[in-house]
Design a protein around this ligand. Structure first.
Ligand SMILES: O=C(O)CCC(=O)C(=O)O
Length: 281
């Protein structure tokens, strides 16, 4: 098993709200489909974000979120008491106070370094929390693009900000480097499809791994981030630790791509009513 870190990254790279990537990092991101950058947000910046995170994950907004508050490892309708992998989609939509927060501003400035300046915009965000001692709090292996409608342009930078240390034991992100360069997207099926399950029963899609897939784990400290693209095969394991794993995700795409998604009725809300047979890649 390989563990990836990026020792040359760190708080010294930040000037105000701009975290400067190196040309080597940008090259590595394009080649491998992911990047790890350390110590991006300070403790003072993380504290208010974590307060909102805990508020959502406790289910305080659940009444008006519908399926946007769900468990990504179990079917819709699972009672909150039984949640393993808590997912709160689009938190700023439900609490506009969160709009344009420090994580958004910093990740936007990084997305602008990875993709054509002025074209990247935040497409969606989500809070993901793995409860302690939940070995089934797994994120099935997938490619993000497998979840999304077909658009002309697909580029995406998805940022995962660690609000707690993210380790192998609590189910950190795992990726299969280089799968971002596979010519075809892999087939994605709804979790439980063998038993007749559909995307209506659970949002989760799964792919079959290949024997050649070499997984690497991306442990990160609180305040650090991973960035991955739309094609890399990735997922995460269960939480075998006695503490939570908390991650704040924000994804950036081309503004024209976002416009095309919205025209299809796709906002990344699990409450969207989309004809998947029509719009899938
Ligand atoms: O952080 C995780 O456990 C998985 C998140 C993920 O799959 C994603 O953000 O696309």
């Amino acid at each position: 098993m390989q563990r990836i870190t990026n020792p040359s990254s760190g708080a010294h790279r930040r000037t105000g709200e701009v975290y400067q990537l190196t040309p080597e990092e940008i090259t590595a991101y394009r080649r491998d489909g992911y990047l790890v950058i350390d110590d991006v947000l300070t403790a003072a910046e993380l504290a208010p974000l974590e307060e909102w995170f805990d508020h959502f994950v406790a289910g305080k907004e659940a009444d008006r979120m519908g399926r946007d508050f769900c468990d990504m490892s179990q079917p819709y309708g699972t009672p909150l008491a039984d949640f393993q992998l808590v997912n709160a989609m689009l938190p700023s939509k439900y609490q506009p106070e969160l709009a344009n927060n420090i994580f958004h501003r910093i990740s936007q400035a990084i997305a602008d370094q990875l993709y054509p300046e002025g074209q990247a915009a935040m497409d969606y965000e989500q809070f993901l929390a793995k409860r302690p001692n939940q070995e089934k709090a797994e994120f099935a292996m997938h490619q993000d693009l497998g979840y999304w409608p077909k658009t002309k342009n697909t580029w995406t930078a998805t940022f995962s900000l660690a609000l707690t240390d993210s380790e192998l034991v609590n189910g950190c992100l795992q990726v299969v480097p280089g799968t971002n360069r596979e010519p075809e997207l892999r087939a994605h099926k709804p979790k439980g499809h063998a038993e007749g399950g559909s995307r209506e029963d659970s949002h989760t899609l799964v792919i079959e791994s290949k024997p050649t897939d070499e997984v690497v784990y991306l442990p990160v400290r609180r305040g650090s981030m991973t960035i991955h693209d739309e094609r890399i095969v990735h997922g995460s394991g269960g939480n075998l630790s006695p503490t939570w794993r908390k991650t704040y995700v924000a994804a950036y795409r081309d503004q024209e791509t976002i416009r095309q998604e919205r025209a299809m009725g796709f906002t990344h809300s699990h409450n969207d009513e989309v004809d998947w047979d029509k719009v899938l890649n």
